[in-house]
Ligand binder design. Structure first.
Ligand code: AP5
Ligand code: ZN
Length: 217
């Protein structure tokens, strides 16, 4: 299956993607994680992306689209993928459509995670990420690690993302409403959108997502 996950910052895209990708046996491709990995390795791409990310703005399309398509072209993504954080505006969506069509491929579903802004703020404020692997995600209250500040999965140090400050979150939400939400209409025209509530326990949301994908995907 080829799936796009969409939803505001802090909706739980990364959290759900980890379970869904495993259930569906497809790779989880997160452009945010790819950028953060480049930042921690100090690559040119990371240096370029960091300023935009810290301010809560989108990294320019030419950099992002090339990086995302390159990742999707790797062998583990040949039979499907779960995209998290890409596409994030209409021109990225058009570039993805074009690249898939050129290969005779198409998306199967766009899973839209719905959550109110108060919950988003609570989720982001308590989020802690592993230094070794930014897909290891915890929350100080909702899913606390067994030992404070230490990743359950690999023993790495947990930290708060630079772009999780209150001011940057406000910008990220605004960017989501103005630039990312329009892709939902873009994909609705293609009959691909399935919307679910992202409220409730992590496992409940995963169940809801799997059921929606089976029905609508
Ligand atoms: P990115 O990393 O994609 O961030 P985001 O979209 O803002 O999403 P988040 O990672 O903040 O949230 P999430 O929905 O994954 O939530 P999570 O699962 O962690 O992008 C960061 C930046 O990179 C962008 O601002 C931009 O600069 C750049 N970028 C990335 N892609 C780009 C693109 N395509 N184009 C241009 N620029 C791009 O969950 C949040 C917290 O809630 C966690 O602590 C979690 O434990 C907790 N939680 C999750 N589910 C639940 C639940 N059901 N109940 C209680 N708590 C929960
Ligand atoms: Zn870890």
């Amino acid at each position: 299956m080829r799936i796009v996950l969409v939803g505001p910052p802090g909706a739980g895209k990364g959290t759900q993607a980890a379970y869904l990708a495993k259930n569906l046996s497809i790779p989880h491709i997160s452009t945010g994680d790819l950028f953060r990995a480049n930042i921690s390795r100090g690559t040119d791409l990371g240096v370029q992306a960091k300023g935009y990310m810290d301010a809560g703005n989108l990294v320019p399309d030419e950099v992002t689209i090339a990086m995302a398509l390159e990742r999707m072209g790797q062998p583990d993504a040949a039979n499907g993928f779960l995209l998290d954080g890409f596409p994030r505006n209409v021109s990225q969506a058009e570039a993805l459509d074009k690249a898939l069509t050129a290969e005779g491929l198409h998306l199967d579903a766009v899973l839209d995670l719905e959550v109110d802004e108060d919950e988003v703020v609570k989720r982001i404020a308590g989020r802690r990420i592993c230094r070794n692997d930014s897909s290891h995600v915890f929350h100080v209250t909702y899913s606390p690690p067994k030992k404070q500040g230490v990743c359950d999965e690999c023993g790495g140090e947990l930290y708060q993302r630079d772009d999780d400050s209150e001011e940057t979150v406000r910008t990220r939400l605004e960017v989501y409403h103005t630039q990312t939400e329009p892709i939902i209409d873009h994909y609705r025209e293609q009959g691909l959108v399935v919307t679910i509530s992202a409220l409730g326990k992590v496992a409940e949301v995963t169940e809801r997502a799997m059921a929606a994908l089976e029905e609508g995907g």
